[in-house]
Ligand binder design. Structure first.
Ligand code: SF4
Ligand code: ZN
Ligand code: ZN
Length: 326
């Protein structure tokens, strides 16, 4: 994608174009560029039948450009798909500065979009913030953060009896995660590329990766053109993963020499996803959430580092929060 010269016209309306969309071989004005991105999202939703039977949807909101833009697109077209209720869900990690800004941005987006907003402060749920948990456990921040987010988002969606949770992962990240797993762990099941991760009633809610075929650059430009506010400062725990950076660079080079390469690749790799690969799931004996061995990662973690498995307590607090919502 590139900014175009003055005399070039929009492919759709003939007005001055502002964006060259290389993978689609089109020049577009700002208005038709945002429409182009929205139509690509809608085509992915239709292709994978994502909203079939979805009446109550949760959008996991971090405050970043991806999930915030996703919320704007879903809210614009939700009636088309028969979605009756949408909740925005945000986990306040308690990271000084960054979390306050994220919660503020999420709250404002929810108000603008008329979304029911659920903000979960980690400290209220388990008495500790993410930085404190990192210090106590010495676990890598992003792996700990990912575990907490997956657990709490799933728990809220089960308690809310939601039909699905929409996640904001875009195509560039999905490709990098899957290829890194392949290179480092020899994992060729490509499970993280699945656009729809089917749930199990009462235990695990279906996850939708709606931005599955959407470029990160398109999302940035979309958010900027539409004036969508998002958190710009990076999380202080963000670090450069050399393998991911190398994979990203390789993919970017291939895309530059062959526009549309990433779309073709994700489509091919998605066909290889092995949906049976997630293994057997059993409810955790403490909290009832999914686990592979009878005790979920959250209960194991809290038992080891906070003295007791906290899943059951957290579930009770979340039930209270939800009661107060309605
Ligand atoms: Fe969590 Fe890591 Fe993202 Fe920070 S960078 S929000 S610690 S996953
Ligand atoms: Zn136009
Ligand atoms: Zn548990």
């Amino acid at each position: 994608m590139a900014i175009v010269r003055d005399e070039i016209k929009c492919f759709k309306c003939g007005r001055q174009a502002s964006v060259r969309v290389r993978y689609a071989r089109m020049n577009l004005c700002s208005e038709h560029f945002t429409e182009h991105v929205e139509m690509r999202v809608i085509r992915v939703i239709e292709k994978h039948n994502m909203f079939n039977g979805v009446r109550r949807l949760i959008i996991a909101l971090s405050g970043g450009k991806d999930s915030t833009s996703l919320a704007y697109i879903v809210m614009k077209y939700r009636e088309l798909f028969g979605i009756k209720e949408v909740y925005g869900l945000h986990l306040d990690l308690g990271i000084k500065g960054f979390s306050e800004e994220s919660s503020y941005v999420v709250g404002r987006a929810c108000r603008e979009l008329n979304l029911k907003c659920l903000v979960l402060p980690l400290r209220d749920l388990i008495g500790r913030s993410l930085p404190e948990l990192i210090k106590i456990s010495r676990r890598p921040p992003c792996s700990l953060c990912g575990m907490l987010k997956r657990y709490l988002i799933n728990m809220v969606s089960v308690e809310l009896n939601a039909d699905a949770v929409a996640l904001g992962h875009h195509m560039d990240d999905l490709l990098v995660f899957a290829i890194k797993d392949f290179l480092v762990q020899g994992d060729f099941r490509m499970i993280k590329l699945s656009p729809v991760a089917l749930g199990i009633k009462g235990v695990m809610t279906t996850k939708l990766r709606i931005l599955h075929e959407i470029y990160e650059d398109d999302i940035i430009l979309y958010a900027n053109i539409r004036g969508i506010d998002y958190v710009r400062s990076p999380c202080p725990y963000k670090y450069v993963d050399n393998i991911k950076a190398a994979v990203r660079e390789m993919l970017d080079r291939l895309e530059a020499s062959s526009p549309g390469f990433k779309i073709a690749l994700i489509r091919r790799l998605t066909k290889a996803v092995d949906v049976k690969a997630e293994g057997e799931i059993v409810p955790c004996e403490y909290c009832g959430m999914p686990s592979s061995s009878g005790i979920c990662s959250f209960c194991k973690f809290t038992e080891k580092f906070l003295g007791k498995p906290l899943g059951y307590d957290v579930r009770s607090k979340i039930r209270e929060l939800i009661k107060n919502l309605s």
